[in-house]
Design a protein around this ligand. Structure first.
Ligand code: GN1
Ligand code: CA
Length: 127
C-alpha cells in the first residue's frame, strides 16, 4: 500500500502508477517498458475506474492507454495483439479524425478517444 500512495492505484492483480509527465505515445511506451511495465490496458469497468481516479488526482489531463489500431485501421488491439475485451469509448469515438488517430487517450471522466500518437498525454504505467 505504501508504494501506491499518492500516485498509484491497485485493482485486481494490477497496479497503475503515474509518471507525472506527458510524452508522445512511443516515448510513453518506452518509459513504461524501461520501468518493467507497460501502458495501461483497462480490461474491466473496475480497472477503468481505478485508472480514472488516478488521472483525476494527478490533475494533468488525459492519459495514454496501451492499445492502437496501427496494424488494422478500426481494429484496436492490446500490445500482445489480442482484441479488446472491454472498451469505454466516448459516444462518437473512435472516429479516426483526420485519418491519423491510431492511439487512445482516457479522459478524466474515464471515457476513451482515439488521437494521433504524436500527441502528448500523461504517462501512466501498468505493472
Ligand atoms: C478532437 O480538436 P478536434 O475537434 O479536431 C480530438 C479528436 C476527437 C474530436 C471530437 C487531438 O479533435 O480525437 O475525435 O475532438 N483530437 C485531439 O470532437 O484531441
Ligand atoms: Ca477521435
Amino acid at each position: 500500500k505504501v508504494e501506491l500512495f499518492p500516485n498509484g492505484r491497485g485493482v485486481d492483480q494490477k497496479v497503475f502508477k503515474a509518471a507525472g509527465f506527458q510524452k508522445p505515445f512511443q516515448e510513453a511506451q518506452q518509459v513504461c517498458a524501461q520501468a518493467g511495465g507497460q501502458l495501461p490496458s483497462p480490461r474491466s469497468a473496475a480497472e477503468n475506474k481505478a485508472l480514472q481516479q488516478l488521472i483525476e488526482v494527478e490533475n494533468k489531463g488525459a492519459a495514454f492507454l496501451s492499445m492502437t489500431d496501427s496494424k488494422t485501421e478500426g481494429k484496436f488491439i492490446y500490445p500482445g495483439g489480442e482484441s479488446l475485451v472491454y472498451s469505454n469509448w466516448k459516444p462518437g469515438e473512435p472516429n479516426n479524425k483526420g485519418g491519423n488517430e491510431d492511439c487512445v487517450e482516457i479522459f478524466t471522466n474515464g471515457k476513451w478517444n482515439d488521437i494521433p500518437c504524436e500527441e502528448k498525454r500523461l504517462v501512466i504505467c501498468e505493472f
